[in-house]
Design a binder for this molecule. Structure first.
Ligand code: PEP
Ligand code: MN
Length: 363
């Protein structure tokens, strides 16, 4: 990649803000009272540097709440002045950029859905040309790192120098515990290849639920991310969007007090080890998902065999499985005894499932 001049976070504001940069505020601006009460409570938390709010919300379905719109920029300007806060807003188009800059928003961020669309990113970049704006770029919906970096390059090409990536997780095609899959290993690789880009974690959109925010935020700090963006609402139960994942300001303060930050703890010494463990964890999860998928196929096969009155165990097929897998193991330079034992365990489980399915089918 061409060499760009990227200004580190600690030089973004004067007086200096030392990373981690902590951004907090509601998912959406709903009313003046909601913005003011949330901003007031957040302004009392010394660790928070920036107040965030969605103003125009890109919702999946047309009738969902889409944010208060333009008027919310006046609310944000009011709280910025009254509580001496810096503000951050998501922009989806050049007109949003223009409106935000007019209303003195300090940081603009590009949301996940917009990052996924290079044409929109280019239009936004054009509108930012010649300004000195701070821009944060969320990861695209799919784990496509080039698309993400491509969006960043479009901004760098128009002269934006204060820029950071926001890791908010990737769309899960299967139901998972989290709303979005973090894929930490991808970010670790990205941080290794493009170490000059600051990376901020948004645990709220990864978690989708308040109970997972602390462990995700802690993991991000263990990996020495440069900041956190955490959705916070004065009354999360009444929030008009993302109500399951928003913390109260009191919960936010407790969480920020609990986290141990990169540089304050021992983990920083063993960053390489943490990165490798992260990769192993991810591979194990993939192995489990594949094994689960394999067993689901076995169930389908079992039904087929039963329907056609075929025996469960077909020796010829088993021999073929073993010899083809051992050939592959040899290619990969893996211990054949280990692969043989592994195959036997998997096969025993497949037989157990098939006999269980057939017994069930008999009733
Ligand atoms: C948000 O931050 O409120 C938001 C809409 O996030 P994302 O773009 O990550 O879905
Ligand atoms: Mn949200």
């Amino acid at each position: 990649m061409k060499k760009y001049n990227i200004i580190p976070i600690r030089e973004w504001f004067s007086p200096t803000v030392t990373p981690p940069l902590i951004i907090a505020g509601p998912c959406s601006a709903e009313s003046y009272a909601q913005i003011r009460d949330t901003a007031f409570a957040i302004s009392k938390i010394s660790k928070v540097n920036i107040f965030r709010s969605g103003v125009w919300k890109p919702r999946t379905k047309p009738k969902n709440f889409e944010g208060a719109g333009n008027v919310a920029l006046d609310w944000l300007l009011d709280v910025k002045k009254e509580f001496n806060l810096k503000t951050a807003v998501e922009v989806l188009s050049p007109i949003h950029v223009e409106l935000c800059l007019k209303k003195e928003v300090d940081i603009l961020w590009i949301g996940t859905r917009t990052t996924s669309n290079p044409y929109s990113v280019q239009e936004i970049a054009q509108a930012l040309k010649g300004t000195n704006t701070i821009v944060l770029v969320k990861n695209p919906i799919n784990p496509d790192i080039n698309l993400w970096i491509g969006a960043v390059e479009r901004l760098l090409n128009v002269g934006i120098q204060k820029i950071a990536l926001i890791h908010r997780g990737f769309y899960p095609f299967e139901p998972t515990k989290f709303r979005n899959i973090p894929k930490w290993e991808l970010i670790i690789d990205l941080k290794t290849q493009h170490s000059y880009f600051p990376v901020i974690c948004d645990p709220s959109h990864i978690a989708g639920n308040t109970r997972y925010i602390l462990p995700i935020a802690q993991k991000a700090m263990d990996l020495c991310y440069d900041g956190l963006m955490i959705e916070t609402h004065i009354k999360p139960n009444e929030a008009l969007s993302d109500n399951n994942q928003q913390l109260t300001p009191v919960q936010l303060k407790n969480l920020l007090d609990k986290i141990s930050y990169c540089g304050n703890n021992d983990t920083v010494k063993h960053l390489e080890l943490i990165k490798l463990r992260e990769k192993v964890d991810s591979v194990d999860m993939q192995l489990l998902e594949l094994l689960h998928y394999r067993m689901e196929i076995i169930k389908e096969m079992s039904a087929y065999k039963k329907h056609h009155q075929l025996p469960i165990l077909q020796l010829q097929r088993w021999k073929q499985i073993v010899s083809s897998r051992l050939r592959k193991a040899k290619e990969l330079n893996m211990n054949p005894n280990f692969i043989k034992s592994l195959l036997e365990i998997i096969h025993m489980e497949a037989l157990r499932i098939q006999s269980e399915e057939n017994t069930e089918n008999n009733y």
